[in-house]
Design a protein around this ligand. Structure first.
Ligand code: G3I
Ligand code: 9MR
Ligand code: ZN
Length: 556
């Protein structure tokens, strides 16, 4: 078994291994050690800066004492290392004008590596090339004689399933990232469509949207997922996974998130492809009608049929999916019917209004309403309520971030399966709050806190690991990602965000290897640890948003 290369409970200096942008906030953490530190230029061996860390304070999530320090004064481009008492050193990090340009591109390029239904050629995939996969039609559960086209889209994760609610969060994050930070997506990601006049982030997202469209039934209902009956073995390449493909039954959450993300796509793609935008709008409206007819029935989240054991993506409440759909359709069309429904659903009090998860999608509805109400100058009272809710949550995240030893806003009870998604979602929340607030000081504080979430992901954490494959000097090597395990290439597919610490330890490796560890240390870089070390499209997507913002420093 692979053991953690670094120990969570030894004195150490932790830092964002990609480094920092000239002129922007720079912070690091030292665990079980405080006091004087030196910053050494690794190329000249010169000490360029000396400083003092803050006091050691107990960190509830990491279970040890941690101190924080600022490097804001370090603004000369270069490669550096922090050295503390006893020769304790950090990883090497850079200070440069655009340290995140490459990782941003890789986080987005990773979606290309997740593509299903086409060959990934060496030209675009390098050593991670593989044959076309999952080309067969899918049977419909309960009526397997009916076979529907199913090829295309992205694999969800380390497995090869394709799931609607997961897809919707991923495409939404990418479209929001493009809409807010178009300048960050000017360069190509080097994919087959590059150079066709459409930004590659939209080319990539379109690959998934086209697959999503296959899932809508004539009556507007939407299949929950397209998978084999069970997961294939871990050492199976996609093209060798020949299990029977089946569309699981339709679900309310699938139709709601489908309608919402198609309405969003209609708006985003309109300037590039008017006929596609029309298709997106028409399908969104058809699923909306189905949601309205289905409402009032017994509506719980999806449950796997007895004979299907792939990911369930169940849900406690489906009202937020309905809300998101109403909000996006209002934003797209301006039709008062949608606004009325969105307001009703928002006021039901049955879901969090600001969450950006795959199950709790209320935040996406709120983002859509905030923009639409502002733009159309309607319902000022609702607008004010939603703004207040968003900023209140941002203030909670800010406080939580400032009291954490590593600056991460996660409280100790939120180190759950896919915690790194929550970290990046929190980063997105803070950046959106920075756009909303009229208080310049707050704006600055939210942006700095977003940077802290990013620093945590890239190495400023109790394990000192960069959770993105292919980046940083000590990073994830063994993700629970079938192609990375099975392709014979030593390095994993680049640009993967690993799930991260999960105090729930929901796999046998985590149970055996992570006994009695504090929440933030419940992670193991082992290919069998799917509950801490898998990847998913919707853990990458909020990281693309944050990377884009910080790459171009949140410029307008
Ligand atoms: O939020 C709850 C919290 O309320 C609860 O108290 C706490 C205690 O367990 O856990 C939190 O819930 C966890 C939830 O993830 C958070 O999103 C659940 O325990 C945990 O089981 C659940 O894990 C999900 C996992 O599937 C198992 O269902 C992950 O979110 C989800 O990302 C993951 O998705 C899988 C797909 O099914 C298949 N493809 C791979 C993908 C990634 O692993
Ligand atoms: O590989 C699967 C992963 O994508 C899922 O997140 C995880 C939980 O649903 O399950 C993994 O599959 C494992 C299965 O649940 C149990 N047997 C071992 C499988 C990994 O090879
Ligand atoms: Zn495939």
């Amino acid at each position: 078994m692979t053991l953690q290369k670094k120990s969570w409970n030894e004195p150490a200096v932790r830092v964002n291994q990609l480094g920092f942008t000239v002129g922007q906030s720079k912070t690091f953490s030292s665990q079980l050690v405080k006091g004087e530190f030196e910053v050494v230029n690794v190329d000249t061996n010169e000490t360029v800066y000396k400083g003092q860390t803050g006091p050691l304070t107990d960190d509830a999530s990491a279970g040890i004492a941690v101190s924080r320090a600022s490097l804001d004064a370090l603004d000369q481009p270069g490669r550096y290392r922090i050295v503390m008492e006893g020769g304790i050193e950090s990883e090497t990090f850079a200070v440069s004008e655009r340290p995140y340009q490459e990782i941003k591109r890789a986080l987005l390029k990773n979606f290309y590596y997740m593509r299903c239904g086409m060959e990934l050629t060496e030209e675009f995939a390098g050593p991670w090339k593989h044959g076309a996969c999952h080309l067969a039609h899918g049977g419909v559960h309960g009526d397997t004689a009916t076979k529907l086209p199913s090829a295309g889209g992205w694999h969800d994760a380390g497995d090869y399933g394709k799931y609607m609610v997961a897809a919707a969060k991923a495409v939404a994050d990418l479209m929001l990232a493009f809409e807010r930070y178009p300048a960050a997506f000017a360069e190509p990601t080097i994919i087959p469509e590059s150079g066709n006049g459409i930004p590659d982030i939209l080319n990539e997202t379109r690959y998934e949207l086209d697959w999503m469209l296959l899932n809508q039934r004539e009556d507007g209902a939407v299949y929950h997922k397209l998978t084999t009956y069970g997961f294939p073995g871990l050492h199976v390449m996609p093209e060798d996974d020949l299990g029977t493909l089946v569309y699981s039954p339709v679900s309310f959450t699938a139709a709601g998130t489908f309608a919402a993300s198609m309405a969003m796509a209609s708006r985003i793609y309109a300037p590039f492809d008017a006929s596609f935008a029309r298709i997106c709008q028409e399908t969104a409206e058809r699923s909306w009608q189905w949601l309205e007819r289905a409402e009032g029935q017994e509506l719980a989240g999806f449950k796997n049929p007895m004979d299907v054991t792939t990911g369930e993506y169940g849900d406690r409440t489906v009202v937020d999916e309905h809300y998101w759909a109403a909000a996006e359709l209002y934003r797209l069309t301006g039709d008062a019917v949608y606004l009325t429904r969105a307001e009703q659903l928002a006021k039901s009090g049955s879901f969090p209004l600001c969450s950006l998860g795959w199950a709790d999608v209320g935040g996406y509805g709120t983002v859509a309403l905030l923009a639409a109400l502002q733009q159309r100058g309607e319902n000022a009272a609702l607008l004010a309520d939603l703004q207040e809710a968003w900023l209140l949550r941002a203030d909670e995240l800010l406080a939580s971030s400032l009291s954490d030893g590593f600056g991460v806003a996660l409280p100790s009870n939120r180190y759950v399966w896919g915690s790194n998604m929550t970290v990046m979602n929190d980063g997105m929340h803070l950046l959106i709050a920075a756009d909303l607030t009229k208080d310049a000081g707050k704006r600055e504080a939210y942006c700095t806190a977003a940077q802290y979430q990013w620093d945590y992901l890239l190495g400023n954490n109790v394990l000192g690991i960069c959770y993105v494959t292919g980046f940083g000097s000590y990073s994830v090597m063994h993700p629970h990602h079938r192609p990375s395990v099975a392709d014979g290439v030593p390095d994993p597919v680049p640009g993967i965000v690993a799930g991260g610490p999960n105090a729930g330890r929901q796999d046998t490796v985590a149970v055996a290897m992570l006994k009695e560890l504090p929440p933030a240390a419940c992670y193991i870089d082992h290919e069998d640890s799917y509950s801490t070390n898998e990847n998913t499209i919707y853990w990458n997507s909020p990281a693309v948003y944050v990377a884009a913002a910080l790459d171009i420093q949140h410029q307008a």
